[in-house]
Ligand binder design. Structure first.
Ligand code: CTP
Length: 398
């Protein structure tokens, strides 16, 4: 982030103190930082603290002594404006073009991306007007780092906490590091497990964490690709501008979501561990343990990769995943042919460090010709980079 010019726009919220840390982190990352505060923000944190940390004068008013603070020049100077915290009042004014302070005037004159980080009490955050204003800001092309769940200054617990400074920094890093290698390309990625309901409280699932699918989605989005991530139940923190998420529960829900998105994308990556079977019936009430034995009849789920493989268009690339425990390469190649994949990523449970829940993985990539490319044990992020590099070479060939 060295040399990047960031405006931190602070509005009136108790969370303003967190922006001091954000400024510090941005400075440490090598950014040039200028801070603009709304008049209300100055009641929460002294401008002097921001001036000291940013090593720049803090702007609050249009006029200082006899000089006019040029908001237009400031708006053009910045690579990114981050409004953190963004109070309900500032969000409402920005969404409606109101321009009664330096912060808002700079926002209106800006040519660079603007990111709003809301922070307020939970009822204000949930209020339809705030929701509408945030949607409006987003429709203008602004980005939102949504407020987090937790304890609020009012003592209430709920959504409304400003995202942590580290998370905001991470988000800005992703924005700035985005290259344009995959710009204009659309990707569908399936990830995570599926849960197949037995009754209202039980399900059949598996240990997939969705980490590999998310690592792929982030790697692609960092290269400018637009990702539709269709993901089963997961514990992941997914927050990337280039990734839109469709959450689903069962294989059938995942299939329906994929079916809708498939015609719109250039590449599909099937990284989900989809349950092959589901209970033939879902009991409407919790099943009681009356009998000494309990039999469950399972029926086959639709194979998403296979079905979409039949519909694959000439310009589309399909990438499959497989986890085999024996005859890996032979079974892998059979799967690749059956499901019409362009290549298949093979994980082996026999390799220490590879597989579910771990942060590392060891893969082989099998091509349609049967050629096998082996990779070392790496973090899932590094593995994702290898797969995406391989994919890019395929995209160039097509
Ligand atoms: N897959 C899918 N839908 C399913 C099952 C699998 O989209 N219902 C996809 C997976 O996401 C993966 C590939 O197909 O990309 C292979 O999955 P795998 O479970 O290894 O294959 P199966 O066909 O289920 O074979 P097996 O009998 O080995 O389980």
């Amino acid at each position: 982030m060295t040399g990047k010019k960031i405006i931190v726009a602070v509005s009136g919220s108790i969370a303003a103190y967190k922006s001091l840390l954000l400024v510090r982190l941005l400075k440490k990352s090598g950014c040039e930082v200028k801070v603009i505060m709304s008049p209300a923000a100055c009641h929460f944190v002294a401008p002097l603290s921001f001036a000291t940390l940013s090593e720049n004068e803090v702007l609050v008013d249009f006029f200082k002594d006899d000089t006019w603070n040029n908001h237009v020049a400031l708006g053009l100077w910045a690579d990114i404006i981050i409004v953190a915290p963004a109070s309900a009042n500032t969000i409402a004014k920005a969404a409606n073009g109101i321009c009664d302070n330096m912060l808002l005037a700079t926002y209106l004159s800006a040519k660079c991306p603007v990111v709003f980080c809301p922070a307020m009490d939970l009822d204000m955050y949930k209020h339809p007007s705030t929701v509408q204003n945030l949607n409006k800001l987003q429709s203008f092309g602004n980005q939102i780092i949504y407020a987090k769940y937790g304890e609020l200054a009012s003592g209430l617990i709920g959504e409304g906490r400003l995202a942590e400074p580290e998370e905001i920094l991470n988000y800005l890093q992703q924005m700035l590091e985005t290259s344009h290698e995959l710009a204009g390309k659309k990707f569908l990625i399936t990830a995570g497990p599926t849960y197949e309901a037995i009754d209202p409280v039980r399900f059949i699932g598996n240990h997939s964490s969705g980490k590999m699918g998310l690592a792929l989605a982030e790697t692609i989005a960092n290269k400018g690709g637009l990702v539709e991530l269709v993901i089963g139940p997961n514990q992941l923190d997914i927050n990337h501008i280039g990734i839109s998420v469709t959450n689903c529960m069962s294989a059938e829900e995942m299939y329906t979501a994929c079916q809708q998105l498939h015609p719109m994308v250039d590449v599909c990556i099937f990284a989900a561990a989809v349950a092959d079977y589901r209970p033939s019936e879902v009991a409407p009430q919790k099943i009681k343990k009356n009998d000494s034995e309990f039999h469950l009849t399972l029926v086959k789920n639709r194979d998403i990769a296979y079905e979409l493989g039949i519909q694959k268009r000439p310009h589309q690339i399909h990438v499959g995943f497989a986890l085999e425990t024996e005859n890996e390469e032979i079974n892998g190649l059979k799967k690749l042919e059956k499901k019409n994949f362009d290549f298949l990523v093979l994980n082996s449970l026999n390799d220490p460090g590879a597989g579910f829940k771990l942060d590392t993985n060891k893969i082989k990539i099998i091509e349609t010709s049967g050629k096998v490319n082996s990779f070392d044990l790496k973090s899932k992020t590094e593995v994702a980079k290898d797969i995406v590099e391989f994919l890019i070479s395929h995209l160039i060939e097509k």
